[in-house]
Write a protein of this length. Structure first.
Ligand code: NHR
Ligand code: GAR
Length: 203
């Protein structure tokens, strides 16, 4: 059994997709906890309703990033994670914390990285006029949104798209590729090898 700790900041629909895939597909894993940096994150309700332990480490309660990350790391490690999953987690993490989880922390980012790192990715995509956009799963490194890529899915950008319509099209893909990538990790097929993504073909 692998322990998965999921970090959220808001709605938690990616967290929900992971929880549902784990149950439906009978992963040899347990969602050990859902941790939010915001007490009002809607996703905490879903986790509680599903009997998943939750914790809040309120980022606004700490004076420095180092102090917040130290508290967050303690909370995460209390659940003995094999994998830490960022799912709409909106705080940049210090190198100290990220290095502690090297090879066992994944993020889903709503763009085809390395295009459009950071926030407001759908706005960035519309402003650039790209015809193809999407989502990326990557291992988290200290280099924000530039860790080794694990999976990607592309969607078309349509002429009448708004940030909202484009975000929804991308989100549907997020809900497919994130559970897949996490399942690979749980199955022992996915790891980081000298800073490069390694996915074993088991067919
Ligand atoms: N931390 C590290 N070190 N490396 C990564 O690759 C990370 C990370 C922390 C979060 C998710 C990322 C995304 O998918 C992520 C990847 C937040 C910001 C941000 O600017 C940027 C990228 C991501 C998450 N956050 C602001 C900050 O000052 C706060 C914004 C807010 O609170 O609304 O932390 O996009
Ligand atoms: C998702 O689209 C996720 O990729 C993105 O925020 C949304 C969270 O939705 N993440 C980031 O932009 C990280 N900076 P969710 O809470 O419903 O999963």
């Amino acid at each position: 059994m692998k322990n998965i700790v999921i970090l959220i900041s808001g709605r938690g629909s990616n967290m929900q997709a992971v929880v549902e895939a784990a149950a439906a597909e009978g992963w040899p894993a347990r969602i050990a906890a859902v941790i939010s940096n915001r007490a009002d994150a809607a996703g905490l309700e879903f986790a509680r309703a599903h009997g998943i332990p939750t914790a809040v480490v309120a980022s606004k309660g700490y004076a420095t990033r180092d102090a917040f990350d130290a508290a967050l790391q303690l909370a995460i490690d209390g659940f003995e994670p094999d994998l830490v999953v960022l799912a709409g987690f909106l705080r940049i993490l210090t190198a100290q914390l990220v290095d502690h989880y090297v090879g066992r922390m994944l993020n889903i980012h709503p763009s085809l990285l390395p295009s459009f790192p950071g926030l407001a990715t759908h706005r960035q995509a519309l402003a650039a006029g790209v015809k193809v956009h999407g989502a990326s799963v990557h291992f988290v490194t200290a280099d924000l949104d530039h860790g080794p890529i694990v999976a990607q899915s592309a969607v078309p950008v349509l002429a009448d798209d708004t940030e909202e319509t484009l975000a929804l099209r991308v989100l549907e893909q997020e809900h497919l590729i994130y559970p897949r990538a996490i399942a690979w990790f749980v199955e022992g097929r996915l790891n980081l090898d000298k800073g490069i993504t390694n996915l074993k073909d088991m067919t």
